[in-house]
Ligand binder design. Sequence first.
Ligand code: SF4
Ligand code: SF4
Ligand code: SF4
Length: 383
Amino acid sequence: MISNYEKIAKKMGVPWSEEMEKILKALYSPEEAEILLVFNGPYLDRFDAKKIAKKLKRPIDEVESSLKEMARTQRLFSASKGDETTYSMFPLLPGLFELYFSNYERAMKEEKEVLELFTKEYEKYYNLGHVVNSMSSSYPFMRVFVDGKVINDTVERGKGTTIEVGQEVEQYKNKILHFEQVRNLVENSRRVSVMDCACRTHMKLHNDGVPVNDYPINVCMSFNVFADYCIENGFGREMSKEETLKTLTEAAKAGLVHTTQNMTEKTTFICNCDRDCCVMLRGIRQFNDPNLVATSNFIPEYERENCISCLKCVELCPMSIIEMVDDGSEDQLISINLNRCIGCGVCAFNCPEEALTMVKKYDKVPVENAMLMMTKSIEGRKN
Ligand code: SF4
Ligand code: SF4
Ligand code: SF4
């Protein structure tokens, strides 16, 4: 007979394996596993304690105290509005993994063995390709976007025009749409919080506490209800919109890639991802699977006459697809393998001259909201 833990993995949409069994058993007691099975799937429903107690036929006080503890320890999502608190199930990603590892200091203090087991078994699970298989989709749930400074440069250099929300567009070519402009994502939000990046934290823990690279770590941003959850549970720091935009710019300067949900409205998180640890970027490199994140609509345009051959772009490109040309050719000093370009703009952001500009190449418009995004993403999965 299929166990409750296997049923949870199924609901989370992740492959069942001995690693996953160990992770779920360490994180959820048998009683907590029963609570999770009340939900139809991650983020699909929001139930209050009364409803969950009724479904389980258990006393409300007992169920409510388990729910609160699960929310406090990043095993269950909670959202409060006035006096009402509702709960939702997390998927493995984005949710359980990110929030648990971002707040690893709590786990280190309260449940060191669970943290160690999760760290070790997740890495094995990842290397077996299970995480990548569960995320890979012809419609990935995350998309890359270009930093605001790069967009400003594109406009200033006469290579694109910005279009605002509601503005009519007859032809998309060269038009930078509202969801492609980061200030719209930030300004349209109610609240922002920042926490440590879970992927870099996980890799650091797996590497005996030694960071595997020097990229900034306190750059993982949550918005609106997710910001409430992170701040109220004590591990997210509230940020002003101004600081949010500044932090994003600093992240791009360091060579990090901005990603967000593959939809146009009301984002709930923005990630700043690195090439070594990020579940998506590392996955593209390690498993040669491009379907882990949607590329932006931009590609870099190179102007040989402005290039001073500093090789900054070669050093920082997260996909390692820019090379120096050393065949004596005068036409170009670098070459870019655009077939593998994710359109992040890290190269253009960090080019000290005007030799690289991000220009619109595609006209992809994501779906509007989270429900449509999840549906398309699940439909587009291989498995
Ligand atoms: S690497 Fe990216 S996806 Fe992973 S937690 Fe950090 S910011 Fe989020
Ligand atoms: S060439 Fe590299 S750095 Fe530049 S946009 Fe493409 S992936 Fe990003
Ligand atoms: S960063 Fe700019 S100037 Fe430096 S090598 Fe690349 S394209 Fe040329």
